[in-house]
Design a protein around this ligand. Structure first.
Ligand code: GCU
Length: 632
């Protein structure tokens, strides 16, 4: 599929790559840095390359040297002016300066600094950093041999939260948002021989960020996903979408986008296994629409029962990419959700991008497979990846393992609805998520947010996000985790935002945040939408191993009984077509300080932090076994 270049591991990384003369973007970028400040920089983010792992690339992962810099001494001078916007552009830690002689007192040194693993959050790698929120500088050195006629991109899977990136002492750009990929073109900036890349990562929370200051998850900082140096031909396939047309199992619909000098080309899309080969001609802007009739009788449509992925080849005169793509349709009809035209029940579970056994962001395929396998052990066919984009690897694994996905952006609780730059940030994160995962069959729902308080400015903000996601991809469903309102014994789902989304999807915590096991069965739900009802969250905290009667909160018995009660309440909702109880496994949260029951863990997991399955795990499994029969 792709050729990984030979790698020599030493204190610095050696790669055999060469760079072409092209150097069109960087100066403009540098100019923007000097002139217009961070927001101008953000607006100039190029679209990320589709299928980055399918290209010639090398991973710059490994041990990175780091410097903890709570006062951002390496970024600002004592007048709080950024060094990288000074006339020389120099002066910060990104210079990686060494003392010239015994008279030169340089107050930092990456060479003798400790190292940490990338990808990886810093909080779980050093006890001093467990609660740390602020700036950390990280440096990696690598050897390159750039080639003419090629282009080079430095690609980050994710850095939480604000990243400023320097290559060989020069600023190449910055990015805000902790869960989506970004890249910078470095053609003409790579040195023949040793290079160094330095990242200033800052996970300080701010009211105007996305997410905002208040969340119920650990604010893991750092370079949490792969760092990739990719090489492309001068003219390359920048982007493509190959999916079944909305509600049409007989036609592939999509597009191909080339970038570079030779944008008008013939491009062949082929699926050898289906005997399909189609040639499209890209226009002067490098774009071509794709529409391919399918031999329905020959197609194995992707589903949890048969997660068939086809090898798709996209080949132009200058560039070729391969991808593994599943073909399936997803749509709603009244209360029903139709996968490949057949009504399904979404037997789901919510989960965070965190490994409970070694608390920290999921570190690799092993961790991810463990989480998804736990879900499958409960007979799930669906997961809600909360509350932010999880890694591309996780989504590809869901494709392979046959697990349907609800993907979400961290528009979570109360953000600054009225600020245009906050909307721009939310829209950018949503766009980057859709751009990255639009070829993944497993992803069926784009979620634009969680538990956002009803107000006109909020509904307008969220409504625009819903329009954005539909303009980017109309083949999938749009959702949001809405809230419920109680009056007397009636729990009502009523939210103007529900008009803009395809589901009546909401969180409810009967028996935990309100009522209890004894009383909760007196309640009933009123959902006045002719849409599929998806209960995106419910649950109760239970300390693994703590046993008592089913009226004693924090006990496994309480959690288990609450699940049984909740099934009765939800099964009474005519349009119920799925759920993602909160949550697969206990997860870290700074909002949970109870010393005995919590110890900074949210304990609503069905699996404890030691990997032990709680009673309710089995109760949910048997409920899903029945649902599976019902929707056979
Ligand atoms: C909320 C929220 C979750 C949170 C959960 C809880 O509804 O969406 O992020 O962890 O409830 O309180 O446990």
């Amino acid at each position: 599929m792709h050729k990984v270049w030979k790698l020599l591991l030493s204190s610095c990384l050696a790669v055999t790559l060469t760079a072409g003369a092209q150097d069109d973007q960087a100066p403009g970028q540098a100019q923007a840095n000097k002139g217009n400040g961070a927001r101008a920089e953000l607006a100039k983010q190029p679209p990320t390359l589709q299928n980055i792992y399918g290209r010639q690339h090398v991973l710059l992962d490994g041990r990175w040297s780091y410097i903890i810099d709570p006062y951002e001494t390496g970024y600002y001078n004592y007048r709080r002016q950024p060094f990288d916007q000074s006339p020389s552009g120099a002066g910060g830690f990104y210079d990686d300066r060494k003392p010239k002689d015994k008279d030169d007192a340089v107050e930092y040194n990456f060479d003798s600094s400790p190292t940490l693993a990338v990808p990886g959050d810093w909080n779980s790698q050093n006890a001093k950093l467990e609660f740390y929120e602020g700036t950390l500088w990280m440096r990696q050195k690598f050897v390159a041999a750039p080639k003419d006629g090629k282009r080079y991109f430095l690609y980050f899977g994710a850095v939480n939260y604000e990243a400023h990136v320097y290559l060989n002492g020069k600023k190449i750009g910055s990015h805000k948002g902790g869960f989506t990929p970004f890249q910078f073109e470095v053609t003409g900036r790579l040195l023949k021989g040793e290079n160094n890349v330095i990242v200033k990562a800052d996970n300080t929370r701010h009211q105007d960020d996305i997410p905002t200051v208040n969340t119920d998850w650990w604010n893991y900082g750092g370079i949490t996903r792969d760092v990739i140096l990719a090489e492309t031909p001068d003219t390359y396939i920048e982007d493509y979408q190959i999916q079944l047309a909305k509600g049409d199992m007989g036609r592939i619909e999509g597009h191909v986008q080339l970038a570079g000098v030779q944008r008008a080309q013939d491009v062949t899309i082929s699926i050898a296994e289906l005997g399909l080969k189609t040639v499209v001609r890209t226009d002067a802007n490098g774009r071509a629409a794709v529409s391919i009739a399918l031999p329905k009788s020959k197609v194995r449509y992707w589903s949890p029962e048969d997660p068939k992925l086809y090898n798709v080849t996209i080949a132009g005169a200058t560039d070729t990419l391969n991808d593994r793509i599943g073909l399936r349709t997803i749509e709603t009809r009244g209360h029903d959700i139709l996968l490949n035209g057949k009504s399904i029940f979404l037997r789901g579970i919510s989960l965070h991008d965190e490994n409970p056994l070694i608390p920290g962001r999921l570190r690799g395929e092993g961790d991810m497979r463990m989480m998804l396998q736990w879900a499958k052990d409960m007979n799930c066919n669906y997961v809600r990846l909360a509350h932010y984009p999880h890694s591309e690897e996780m989504i590809k694994l869901a494709d392979e393992m046959g697990i349907l996905v609800w993907a979400e952006v961290p528009v979570y609780w109360t953000i600054s609805w009225e600020k245009p730059e906050v909307y721009a940030n939310a829209q950018q994160q949503l766009t980057d998520l859709v751009v990255r995962d639009k070829n993944r069959a497993s992803v069926i729902i784009w979620s634009i947010g969680n538990e956002t308080p009803v107000s006109p400015v909020r509904t307008q903000f969220m409504g625009k996000l819903a329009d954005t996601v539909r303009s980017l991809d109309h083949t999938r469903l749009v959702g949001a985790a809405l809230e419920v309102h109680r009056s007397g014994d009636v729990v009502t789902v009523e939210d103007p935002l529900a008009e803009k989304i395809d589901l009546a999807s909401f969180n409810q915590y009967a028996g935990w945040y309100w009522s209890n096991n004894k009383e909760m069965l007196k309640f009933s739900f009123k959902v006045n939408y002719n849409k599929p009802v998806i209960v995106t969250e419910f649950g109760a905290d239970a300390l693994g191993g703590y046993h008592a009667d089913s009226d004693t909160k924090w006990s496994e018995e309480y959690q288990d009984q609450l699940y049984k009660n909740t099934f009765k309440l939800l099964d009474a909702i005519p349009g119920l077509r799925g759920m993602t109880p909160w949550v697969l496994a206990d997860f870290r949260s700074p909002r949970r300080p109870h010393p005995y029951y919590q110890d900074y863990w949210n304990r609503k997991g069905l699996i404890s932090e030691t990997g032990k399955k709680k009673q309710a795990f089995y109760t949910l499994k048997s409920y899903y076994d029945q649902k599976q029969q019902q929707y056979k």
